[in-house]
Design a binder for this molecule. Sequence first.
Ligand code: MEV
Length: 380
Amino acid sequence: MIENVIGRYSLPFAVATNFRINGRDYLAPMVIEEASVVAACSNAAKLFRESGGFTASADDPIMIGQIQVLDLPDLEAAIDAIAAGKADIIAQVNARDGSIVARGGGAIDLRARALRSTAAGDMLILHLHYDVRDAMGANAINSAVEQIAPRIESITGGRVNLRILSNLSDQRMARAEGLIRCDLLARAGFSGSEVAERILEAAAFAEVDPYRAATHNKGIMNGIDALLLATGNDWRAVEAGAHAYAARDGQYTSLTKWRQDAGGNLHGEIELPLAVGIVGGATRAHPGAHTALKLLGVKSARELAQVAAAVGLAQNLGALRALATDGIQKGHMRMHARQLALAAGADENEAHAVAGQLIEEGEIRSERALAIVRERRRST
Ligand code: MEV
């Protein structure tokens, strides 16, 4: 798959449970090294499930390919020439990419944007919109923009420099929403409505503060990236798109919105660009990704995007509910204690007991874990 390989590097492959999306049940495969993510995601999905599940949707899988044109004798005339030649250019792309056109995809639009007085002077930026069907589509769109570049030069009289997709795939958005009954939100020491209120306070914080929004969105991407890694998708592409979209209005903000309805129930929604595929790239070449897609049972890239949006929303709820009540360290400490126990030489069977003792004593440190394991060895 890549160059200069010296080995393989494996990560835990888990399954997040309880997802009900558009009336269908899903098990979400997740590959991630961070403790608590899968548990939090599954617990949060259960809260949504018990209140009716997620409703999700996704746009047609339209990628944007950019062509940068410089040294134009006349920028306005170039824009007019592109508008006049647009149908022919689209036909040229689709004549070459017959198999994707036969499946309902292919180039559908060509738009022009003028960027004036940049450090490199005026430039014309063309956006080729291309429906890539069930692929992530990087190869299809990159080939298409490279193919039409010479034609663009002859039509505009300019010089083409870059020809590459945009990861801000805002023509390929996915969204999910769902409700959590107020009573289900209760946690030791907090009523459901108190938790809902505290979650709304947390959401308001992320909406206005980029420092918080970055962490809030990182939590969302914990779930989405894990699903994308499991299914062989390019999670860096989706990360880039998500964060660029979060800053679309000039201020970086939260990817989710939370509100309370008249009955006190919490309502959450998420919307983000999700350029994902179920064919091409590593999705089929990597046996783990192949298994993950089989387990998930999605029939299209759009369906995968819907699941990813729901996973992101669930992950966000899981994090906010923990942060707005007990904090996240309590859950993390259990896993941390277990890791210390294993590192101190406890075997799989005794790790639970050693971790339990560390937590009970309130001293979650490696020296204490070592001492407990030694004591256990002496007494057996
Ligand atoms: C940790 O990986 C993710 C969180 O920080 C997300 C958040 O703060 O919302 C818990």
